[in-house]
Design a protein around this ligand. Structure first.
Ligand code: MG
Length: 262
């Protein structure tokens, strides 16, 4: 009986949701105004009811991804990657097979990723829980066990490696699951000329540690980064730095432009 009631409730929610989608996806002059000034650079009036509504997306559930995300690793397989690490209990673990890259390429995107540094602490500095996310294969947001583990600041966890430390250190302890939520903006070029550097906004364990921080170039070790090509898309790579790092719940949302309609 209880199960039956739950089923009806779920159906009700679906119907209400569907109706809601229909209602808010419609372009309706009655929603706003057409006698207001035009917003500069657009064909839309201020509060224009005919302006296209943003696409409806269901937000992330407890440990899931938003409905429009591409799941890069959900716990079962590594089909989105060019090779496999060890998969166990819903997570994957670096196992000495080298760094991995997505088969697909991404430019501007939002990335969610969860990681845990080894529970058994070995090494120190850059040798302890080292990995990293390389956007387009070349712009690294560092992953490191930075819990009571000092190293050079532009190499600690959440740094733009070799370029800029995070605003604060919110690292959790060894073995604990941590989150990264990152908005990456690819660089822009006019011919060979850089017109806008790559940048990231980074939330580490829910805390903003970079707000539109610009990369001064492609990540380098013991050298000043610089732009050496004009690429605007590339794979997302995860680094094998020799430590048995664990990852789970990885999803990405390519960030297109708002659909302004025709
Ligand atoms: Mg690294």
């Amino acid at each position: 009986m209880k199960k039956h009631r739950l089923t009806i409730a779920a159906a009700d929610v679906s119907i209400v949701f569907a109706l809601g989608c229909l209602l808010i996806s419609a372009q309706d002059p009655k929603l706003g105004y057409s006698d207001t000034p035009l917003i500069p650079g657009t064909k839309w009036h201020v509060h224009d009811g005919m302006r296209p509504q943003p696409k409806v997306v269901e937000s992330a559930q407890a440990s899931g991804a938003p409905s429009d995300a591409l799941v890069l690793f959900g716990g079962a397989d590594m089909n989105e990657w060019n090779k496999s690490w060890k998969i166990e209990d819903g997570h994957m673990e670096v196992n000495g097979k080298g760094s991995i890259s997505t088969k697909r390429s991404f430019g501007d995107c939002q990335l969610h990723l969860e990681f845990a540094t080894p529970a058994e602490v070995k090494g120190d500095g850059q040798g302890r829980g080292n990995s990293g996310i390389h956007f387009m294969g070349v712009y690294e947001v560092q992953i490191l066990d930075s819990y009571e583990n000092q190293t050079y600041p532009d190499g600690q966890c959440a740094s733009l490696y070799g370029q800029c430390p995070p605003l604060v250190n919110v690292s959790k302890g060894p073995g604990e699951w941590q989150t990264f939520d990152i908005v990456f903006k690819a660089p822009r070029f006019d011919g060979d000329e850089l017109t806008r550097p790559a940048s990231v906004t980074v939330f580490h364990n829910g805390v903003c540690v970079h707000a539109e921080r610009e990369f001064i170039g492609l990540t380098r070790h013991r050298d000043v980064a610089r732009y050496t090509d004009t690429k605007t898309t590339g794979p997302i790579s995860l680094q094998d730095h020799g430590n048995p790092m664990r990852f789970r719940n990885i999803w990405v949302r390519p960030l297109g432009e708002y659909d302004a309609g025709s």
